[in-house]
Design a protein around this ligand. Sequence first.
Ligand code: ADP
Ligand code: MG
Length: 228
Amino acid sequence: MAGLRKRFGATPALDGMSFTVRSGVVTGFVGPNGAGKSTTLRVVLGLDTPDAGWALVSGRAYRTLHRPLCHVGSLLDAGALEPGRSARNHLLWLARTQGIATRRVEEVLELVGLAAAARRKAGGYSLGMRQRLGIAAALLGDPPVLLLDEPFNGMDPDGIIWARSLLRSLAAEGRVVLVSSHLMGEVQEMADHVVVAGRGKVIADAPLEDLLARHGTLEAAYLRLTRD
Ligand code: ADP
Ligand code: MG
């Protein structure tokens, strides 16, 4: 994406956001609250229109955004999760609306560790389980590009370790994996490459090891880079 600009009223949410994300590696997307991370992901997916600039994902936009329930009140733009519906039925419904074979639902339920709980009503799920369901929904269509917005929110430590290794293996299979997160420790454990955003633009765009060599930890890099 290059030169993305987007204003909501007087405040610029994106002020020339530009970076390229490679396939085969995990890219961490970090920055303070309000830096423009979520807006960037939404613009890339075509859910928000930029005032200027452009975004391309392998030549087109893929609707595979994963958003945590706690922020937006709906699990996916593909459709709100109804509390009375089971995870399995929710995924079956998504598969039907997207023309995806129903056997893929069982595959993704296994992949995210929800197979045993798949027939329970999603209204009783913990936030961590909803995150897993969100990831399952994003993976239904086996997308080559995954954009995850704060996927670790509400996950317990086991869930975070699981999500980290899942995202690493999805990237290793050759996908584009972009993960926005404010958890520097998690990003340091998982990412190969890191983009640091602040006030709607990129402050740093570097291999994780370069940031670690220069600053010791990603948190130290983040604090130094976003200080002014
Ligand atoms: P981040 O995900 O990095 O925390 P966001 O992209 O959510 O940042 O927000 C960037 C800025 O744009 C913030 O100032 C936020 O308040 C504003 N913003 C984002 N979405 C909207 C919206 N739909 N309406 C008004 N302001 C918004
Ligand atoms: Mg956000």
